[in-house]
Design a protein around this ligand. Structure first.
Ligand SMILES: [Zn+2]
Length: 418
């Protein structure tokens, strides 16, 4: 018993409980109302979490829109502080500005505007890994989540000790060091890869590089769709020293520069600098055709082929069997990338078109897989495990229950008394 409040922690997942996207967790403990992440799923139309009630403080785990997309709305309505690391603040703001632009172009305007994203900057309270903050009398510590640079887990010492992971990767990647377990009473953990394991990363890298070499040697172009934040940098570092002419298009370059200005959040900043030196950048869309003519590999957005320069590159080479589209991450149901994987067709200028290029899929995920999640959870030794951010949570829940854990798989909106 740690105090009068120890048994009345209330936790509600407002979104992203049974699906990968629009994550938001509301927690009330020791009289403090907290919100962990408030994202949206950038589908067409976008998916939002349930409307959050007023809170005293919000925590943002990382910059990806499925965790951050509704944070401007939250500040606009409730005006509270948002605690996040410097890379999350800088890169997250950039992604939110882009998301406002893209969503209005696509005819699904966000419930806030560019000006609101600017105002958001005043609400951010910056904190680094290992910092202990006093939030309404509660100690909060940030730990690296290993997912992308600056991605944080929040350890909250309220009535019970809570750990909210956001998205985690427990293995080292080129870009960041893997997350380390933190002892806690209540563990709120993502479960994107429940029931699935990744092949060893070294094997994935080898297969990807071999395929790229094959494509280049037969005179084709390897088109590598990748998110601007995290995956682009990972792919640049995977491809460095390969001798290919590598080209980068889209927002990834701006993200690289931000990351390099905060080297403490990178595993090997000098390697990212090296990778940048080995990569040509398309800074002006007018130069795209000319510069791309000399490229062997193009890394570009969007990662799920739903928009951005990648559509232009694929469209130009859709009948070229020597070229290849090499997908580098999970393709969510309903995206163009998923359609390409399932049917070999892609929506181009509003109509489905057969893509004759070779298709490849490589699992460069930045999420812990099933076995890694179990290992991490065991090492945190929580009394209660709350699984979120997964469309197949039951497999992980069953395995954890067999190991004696008390596991919760709440639906969106269901309040847990912990
Ligand atoms: Zn993420």
């Amino acid at each position: 018993m740690k105090g009068a409040f120890s048994l009345i922690m209330k936790l509600t997942l407002l979104g992203g409980a049974s699906e990968v996207g629009s994550l938001s967790a509301h927690v009330e403990d020791k009289g403090v109302r907290m919100l962990f992440d408030c994202g949206l799923t950038p589908s067409k139309p976008p998916k939002y979490p349930m409307k959050p009630p007023a809170v005293d403080v919000a925590f943002l785990s990382h910059a990806h829109i499925d965790h951050s997309g509704m944070i401007p709305w939250l500040c606009l309505n409730y005006g509270m502080d948002v605690i996040a690391t410097p890379p999350t603040i800088v890169v997250g703001t950039m992604l939110l500005e882009d998301s406002v632009k893209v969503s209005s172009l696509e005819g699904y305007p966000a419930p806030y505007d560019k000006g609101d994203v600017k105002v958001l900057k005043k609400h951010f309270q910056s904190a680094g890994f290992g910092d202990i903050l006093d939030v309404g009398g509660i100690d909060v510590t940030l730990h690296s989540a290993g997912h992308i640079p600056g991605a944080a887990m929040f350890e909250v010492k309220a009535g019970r000790d809570l750990l909210f992971t956001g998205d985690i990767n427990t293995l080292d990647s080129n870009l960041v060091t893997g997350a380390k377990p933190v002892k806690c009473d209540v563990l709120v953990i993502e479960s994107t890869y429940s029931g699935r394991d990744h092949p060893p990363r070294a094997e994935t890298e080898r297969h990807f590089l071999n395929k790229t070499r094959e494509v280049v040697e037969r005179g084709g172009l390897a088109i590598v769709p990748a998110f601007a934040v995290g995956r682009t940098q990972e792919m640049m570092m995977t491809l460095m020293n390969s001798g290919f002419n590598i080209m980068l298009d889209g927002m990834g370059w701006a993200v690289n520069r931000h990351y390099l200005s905060m080297p403490d959040y990178l595993r090997a900043p000098e390697r990212l600098s090296d990778a940048m030196r080995q990569t040509m950048v398309i800074r002006n869309p007018g130069d795209r055709k000319r510069l791309a003519a000399g490229a062997n590999v193009i890394i570009t957005t969007s990662g799920m082929v739903d928009g951005g320069p990648v559509l232009e590159f694929i469209s130009e080479r859709k009948n070229d069997r020597n070229s290849a589209v090499l997908l580098t991450g999970y393709q969510v149901e309903g995206t163009n990338g998923r359609m390409l994987m399932d049917s070999g067709e892609l929506m181009l200028a509003g109509k489905p078109e057969k893509i004759q290029c070779e298709l490849g899929f490589y699992d460069f995920s930045a999420h812990a897989d099933h076995n890694e999640l179990i290992k991490f959870i065991k090492a945190c030794s929580p009394e209660d495990v709350v699984l979120c951010h997964g469309d197949n949570r039951v497999v992980l829940a069953n395995d954890l229950r067999e190991d004696g854990f008390k596991v919760h798989v709440p639906k969106e909106g269901q309040c847990l008394d912990l």
